[in-house]
Design a protein. Structure first.
Length: 195
């Protein structure tokens, strides 16, 4: 994707683009500065530099599409789409998003998700899934607004960063349903796109 400039509800301009090899330091800083509460439910410990570097290798290998939102020279949101690309899961992708606290509730997550949905459509994805832990009610509410529905709950299935067992909730949405939800969400807001 090419870079896109978006204007958030507070009037701030932010650029959405693919992550680049020279973003390692910015990405590491972004994840390190997230509050512990936000990092607690992340799938991997992104405060370890080698983990951040490994994520870049996944992008290079084509296993993951990763977008970032940048304000000035600082990454303020990270989103990824992991497409299986073969077998049972060839038309299914997993969505992951995280937005820095000062940029939450400004439409940043919805805008980043929209770009990832465009990529999913280009790759012929029919279904998008998201995995969250039970305590992540805020994340679940955002995903519901994007058209996701709770599909499965596996009790005490995963450990959070503190080592506590948590329920795993798998949410899912058909891409067609996502487009309907996204159009309504963005049409009803004051968000503007700039090419």
């Amino acid at each position: 994707m090419s870079e896109k400039t978006v204007v958030l509800r507070n009037g701030r301009q932010v650029t959405i683009r693919e992550i680049r090899p020279d973003d390692t330091d910015r990405s590491f800083a972004f994840f390190s500065e997230l509050p512990e509460e936000d990092r607690r439910y992340l799938r991997v410990d992104v405060t370890r530099r080698e983990v951040v570097e490994a994520r870049s290798r996944d992008v290079d290998a084509g296993r993951v599409v990763r977008l970032v939102a940048v304000a000035g020279d600082e990454i303020i949101a990270d989103g990824s789409l992991e497409v299986a690309g073969h077998g049972w899961g060839e038309n299914i992708a997993e969505l992951r998003l995280i937005v820095a606290r000062p940029y939450q509730r400004l439409g940043m997550g919805a805008l980043l998700a929209r770009e990832l949905f465009f990529i999913a459509a280009e790759r012929k994805v029919d279904r998008v899934v998201a995995r969250v832990m039970g305590p992540q009610e805020g994340a679940r509410q955002i995903l519901r607004r994007l058209g996701f529905k709770d599909e499965f709950l596996i009790p005490a299935h995963v450990r959070d960063r503190n080592g506590n067992w948590q329920d795993l909730i798998i949410m899912r949405c058909n891409l067609e349903d996502l487009w309907v939800e996204m159009e309504g969400l963005l049409e009803g807001s004051d968000l503007r796109w700039h090419r």
